[in-house]
Write a protein that binds this ligand. Sequence first.
Ligand code: SF4
Ligand code: SF4
Length: 559
Amino acid sequence: MAKITIDEKQYDVDNKLTIIQAALEQGIQIPHFCWHPKLSVAGNCRMCLVEVEKLPKLVIACSTQVTDGMVIKTKSDKVINAQEAVMEFLLINHPLDCPICDEAGECKLQDYAYRYSVGVSRFEFDKVRKPKRVELGPNVMLDTERCIMCSRCVRFCDEIAKKPQLTFTQRCDHVELTTFPGEKLDNSYAMNTIDICPVGALTSRDFRFKARVWEMSSTDSVCVGCSRGCNTKLWVRNNEVLRLTPRFNPDVNEYWMCDYGRLETFKHVNAGTRIKAPLIRKDGKLTEVGWDEAIAKVAFELKAFKKHEIAAVGSAHATNEDNYLLAKLMSHLGVTRIDFMRHVVEGDEDDILLRADKTPNNTGAVEVGIGTQDNSGGFHSIINDIRQGTIRALYVIDDNVAADPSVAEALSKLDFLIVHASNEDATTNLADVILASSTYAEKHGTMTNFQGRVQRIRPAVATSEQDRSLDGFAMSRLDKFGAHNDRWAKGTRRDARPSWRILTGVAGALGARWKYASAEDVFTEISSTIDSFKGMSYLRIGSRGMMVARHTETVGKRA
Ligand code: SF4
Ligand code: SF4
């Protein structure tokens, strides 16, 4: 340990830390552009200059290790002069186009210009012009004039993505960021460079010019693209998800997410294929009906079959709460055939984040009692028995199982198919009743990632159900953080419900008296009945998740 003084206050800190790390641990911000906690130290922006007693010159806090007795000043006149000089240099050739820059509102350079610069320019000459609107790769655009050459993006590609694709060319004020000859910025993690770029030099081709950051609300969530469950923020304007960004979680994804998860896991929320209300097949045609009629139809049909003629397929895309109640409903009916479909793409993973299991909640589905860890034939034996005609009615939640043509062919032989779905797909095409379910962006719930970490999702987009104030917490949240979104977006709401709530309705129509008013109520029951969830609550799971107890030994075991 080292005893150091920062701005006249004493601290005991680990003597392996640099000044910037030690200060940050004590909640003291030292301004910086090029330093990033997960990248090597470049020390090129000079913004983190601090004064250290007995040293003749200012030192950069990012690469100077603390020593016992060190006395550091971060706000002395010398430091303030240096910060102002650095800002003046950085802004000399900067285009100052904040009004049309996507980064405005979340830009370090803009923030620091207010906080650490004199606010006027003494530069009277023409600025150096550089290429604008450069397509660095399929997902990232570069405005070279905005780049401050911090090299964060270069180091990210070298050190985290392990794809050296970016470099600098030219010298002095003509230095330009570019890709290596014949290369593109085209790796699975390329868009993280946009997040860590401290200015608006790198922008997302998908999100550019769609919204200003202050027009959106952001909600903590979890990516549903694979079993890693990267922590994310969902950014919403007018009830529409416009972008995903990674959220720091040292136990899951650090600061990063992959481009696939960022681009491909939210567009279905506002797609034209959304199922807007419950549907019943009448005279061969799917017809919109009210919830009461749809639920009564499901209950009536389920009563018409013998229990061994019914099976259920849960989902590794659904929440623990949804799958748990599906298992409970089947148990109420005396149905024992229940499993879910695995979506593992062998070999499609890496040693950074991406997992071969392309679902967010395989582990949780097993933990709450749907299927087995080793997938010992449950799902396929259900499909076989449908082909044989021994299973005649099937209840599927939140999974497009018929995307597999052999499964679709089997499903077409059913006498009755009930499907919970948010979007039209191959499975809804075959359904007799479709119960419009909420997407992960519209509901509360938990999912368990491959590590056994239970993580929360939260509603970022409102459905008509929330209009009717059935989910008071979600509404109050939307009112608080996105009131303008809420008012303008009435027409965009679907009459969708989370699967746990639909199942509660069906159970009620079948004579069960469940009293779940929220997903949290369901989770409270899960945590009191399934060993591996013992001691958990939404509050305790918080924003970083909680590991299931003795994860592998207790799979599916009820207390
Ligand atoms: S593009 Fe952004 S992250 Fe890359 S060097 Fe320039 S300022 Fe830094
Ligand atoms: S690694 Fe998986 S969970 Fe993470 S962002 Fe990519 S798809 Fe989503």
